[in-house]
Ligand binder design. Structure first.
Ligand code: E4P
Length: 218
């Protein structure tokens, strides 16, 4: 399973990359706003810097909402770097644009997916990735991981090539559960990735080993 970090914070991207477990990066306009990355020029530079560091898929989200504008903006984003994946919302216009980019050999991430039906259309349109939002479904008493599991099953039945990218993953348990149901990728912030490392027996075991070493070796 691949790990994509869900942030526009360069320090967090660098830290995940240096741990050696980072396969890609996702951002969205809200995450860009959180880091105050303002204006098209700065945002494009952020994407280029991220691609140069990570050398893995970097999803860049279109702001356009009409088909023609999505195509123009998506082309501009894709031209920035070969690692760019054009991120498009799962709307009628967005699915149309996914179909167009799929025909052009440009990678896409169909985002804001909350149902099996949406995931089915994304795959039929030829999306490279589909992003079901686990945490946001859990927020409204729905079953986010259940949706990921359902999409994985349907894609296997029909042998769709679209990769399942579990988005809005916020906890270590979300990561484990998405792995268990066969998600191709999880997207999450740095904290739950580092949380996977934590175990009290690792800490106490290491402390004992070091104490015993120093007893004998000084
Ligand atoms: C994915 O495309 C989004 O950036 C992200 O996963 C949303 O996560 P959130 O629901 O925690 O904001």
């Amino acid at each position: 399973m691949k790990f994509f970090i869900d942030t526009a914070n360069m320090d967090d991207i660098r830290e995940a990359y240096e741990i050696g477990v980072l396969d890609g990066v996702i951002t969205n306009p809200s995450l860009m706003a959180k880091e105050w990355i303002k204006g098209k020029e700065n945002q494009h530079q952020h994407y280029i810097d991220t691609c140069n560091l990570v050398k893995g898929d970097v999803s860049a989200e279109v702001i356009a909402t009409t088909y023609d504008e999505m195509i123009a903006e998506g082309k501009e984003l894709a031209a920035m770097n070969p690692y760019i994946v054009v991120k498009l919302p799962c709307t009628q216009e967005g699915i149309r644009a996914v179909k167009y980019f799929s025909g052009e050999g440009i990678c896409t991430n169909c985002t804001l997916v909350f149902s099996l039906g949406q995931a089915l259309l994304a795959a039929k349109a030829g999306a490279t990735y589909v992003s079901p939002f686990v945490g946001r479904l859990d927020d409204i008493s729905s079953d986010g991981v259940g949706l990921v599991a359902g999409i994985v099953d349907i894609y296997r039945i029909y042998n769709y090539k679209t990769k399942v990218l579990a988005a809005s993953v916020r906890t270590t348990q979300h990561i484990i559960q998405c792995a268990e149901v066969g998600s191709d990728v999880v997207i999450c912030p740095l904290a739950p990735i580092k949380g996977l490392l934590k175990h009290p027996l690792t800490d106490s075991g290491l402390a004992t080993f070091l104490a015993d070493y120093h007893k004998v070796n000084g």
